[in-house]
Design a protein. Structure first.
Length: 109
């Protein structure tokens, strides 16, 4: 059965080559991984937006983000490693504090 997820590596490579050619050396190493996680995609997207200096509504963009189990565990691990509280980690990843709290209840019992 074929995978139904988009080929983010191809999408972002084409986008970088066509629109951000001047930043190619900085951005293409982010796509060197063989398999990109959802957290990698979010980081690449944030980097592109900061380079383009886009003023978009973060809350509107947040509606379409989804996190798989490995990304959630990476975020929670990052929180634990850096001694962040729920508010700090929520600000870093543009999440709701309630979302972080819910993830902790589900994945860290």
């Amino acid at each position: 059965m074929k995978s139904t997820t988009p080929n983010y590596k191809k999408i972002y490579t084409d986008l970088i080559c066509k629109k951000y050619a001047q930043n190619k050396e900085e951005l293409l190493p982010l796509l060197k991984k063989t398999k990109l996680t959802s957290l990698d995609i979010i980081n690449i997207d944030n980097k592109l937006c900061s380079i383009a200096k886009l003023d978009y509504n973060i809350s509107e963009d947040q509606k379409f983000r989804s996190y798989d189990k490995s990304a959630i565990l990476q975020i929670l691990d990052y929180q634990k490693k850096h001694n962040f509280n729920n508010t700090s980690i929520a600000k870093k990843y543009n999440l709701s504090r309630n979302t972080v709290s819910k993830w902790k209840k589900i994945f860290i019992v």
